[in-house]
Structure formats: C-alpha cells, structure tokens
Write a new protein. Structure first.
Length: 235
C-alpha cells in the first residue's frame, strides 16, 4: 500500500483529477519568483521542478537551494523530478528544501526499493520515472510502493523537444496497472495537441514547460492545456 502522502500543502495529489504541472525549467530564470506567482494565480496547484546533475542527463539545472528559496512563496505542490545519478544521496536535501514528492529514474539504480525507502524516510511522496525506451516491466516490482509514475515523452535533459508518440502504449499499459490513488504523469513535449493524445491514453498529470512559459500569455496557455486535457479525458 502507499504510505500517506505527508505534505504540508493542502493539495492531496491522490485526488484523481486532471492536473497540468508547469515545468519551471522553461521559465525565465531571471525572474523566477514572478513566474511562479503568475502561474499559481492562473490556477496551477502543482509545480514541476526539473533537477539535472550533468551526469544522468547532459545538462545542469538547479539544486535544493533554489527550491528552498521558492518554497515560502508558493502553496503549490512541489513535484520534484530528479534527473540525477544519486537520488538517495540527495533525497533529504530536496525534502528539507520543500519538495512534496520526489521522482527518481529507474535507470539509475538496481535497488529501487532502497531509493524509495530513503525518500519516504523524509516524509515525501515518491515517484518513479521511465525514459522513452525503458519498458514498463522495469518498474513493475515497485509500482505498489510509489505514489506516481512518470513516463518520459522526450529524452530527459532539455525542454522544447518534440513529443515521442511511441511512449503512448506504455501510458495505456500503466493506466491499467495503477490504483485509483496513484498518479500517471507524462513529461515532455506536451502542448494542446499532444496533451489530448496523452489524456486519451490514460495519463492524468501533464508536465508542460515550453508550451506554457514559452507562450506570450503563460496563464492563458496553462488554462488552455487544462481545458484540452479535460476534454480529451472525458472522451
Ligand atoms: C525534460 C524535463 C521536462 C521538460 C518539459 O528533461 O523532464 O519536464 O522540462 O519541458 P517541455 O514541456 O518544454 O518539453
Ligand atoms: Zn521533468
């Protein structure tokens, strides 16, 4: 069974509803505070935080320090995506910085239960992520232990890439495997067209960076994505 999601935020991610999670990676780093407030005022209740270490992925983004600075200024659920080689080593730092859920990549460990235990130890929700060519059977054994599964629809490391349609069958497969209080998140290349495909396949949480923060009106772009996802999910 999944442990209670211990979070000080009022949002309980287990409530099964469509959620768009703006990815901070695509925001203007010269005015992050304002960008976070803007998207929160637009109605976002989950913020996706892409952490990159330059080892697991060929890019470096930000660390727990940035998250700690943002934490007091936002009530959003901090959905922290660790694209790093040693997630267990840094779980405590990201939890203390204010992450509500920490997602690690199955590709970085042959002991996922240890990583999950370490994240849980710091009262964080737990997610597991799979890259575009990683099969569902790589995470089957840990599914009962996580709160969220993240299916990468681009190769991790950069925003602004094109959606990889080949991952959709994995979304459909996972949709039938997860319980009602587990989230199925898709991440990368999400825009009004691809979000519809992903929602139709069974995803319920959609990470979007470029299509929100790259838009002249980020608030409207966020609201439009929510609308597209809800329409597609209702079939
Ligand atoms: C990529 C990240 C994604 C990315 C999404 O490694 O995990 O969250 O920032 O950005 P877009 O929406 O631009 O693909
Ligand atoms: Zn991400």
């Amino acid at each position: 069974m999944n442990a209670e999601l211990n979070t000080t935020r009022a949002i309980d991610l287990r409530e099964k509803q469509i959620r768009v999670a703006p990815s901070l990676l695509a925001a203007d780093f010269a005015q992050l505070g304002e960008q976070v407030s803007l998207i929160e005022r637009a109605g976002a209740d989950v913020l996706h935080l892409d952490v990159m270490d330059g080892h697991f992925v060929p890019n470096i983004s930000f660390g727990p320090g940035l998250i700690a600075h943002l934490r007091p200024h936002s009530k959003m659920f901090f959905d922290t995506h660790l694209m790093i080689a040693e997630p267990a080593r840094y779980a405590e730092a990201f939890a203390q910085a204010g992450s509500d859920l920490i997602t690690f990549h199955i590709e970085v460990t042959d002991k996922p239960a240890d990583v999950i235990a370490e994240i849980r130890k710091h009262n964080c929700g737990v997610g597991v992520a799979i890259n575009p060519t990683t099969n569902v059977d790589a995470i089957e054994s840990v599914l009962p232990s996580v709160d969220l599964v993240l299916v990468m629809s681009v190769w991790p490391g950069f925003g602004g890439q094109s959606f990889i349609d080949d991952v959709l069958p994995k979304v459909e497969q996972l949709h039938g495997m997860l319980s009602h209080n587990q989230r199925l998140e898709i991440d990368g290349g999400i825009d009004p067209t691809t979000i519809a495909k992903a929602a139709a396949a069974g995803a319920d949480t959609f990470v979007a960076g470029t299509s929100i923060f790259g838009s002249p009106d980020s608030a409207e772009a966020y609201r439009n994505l929510c609308k597209c996802a809800a329409e597609a999910a209702s079939g």
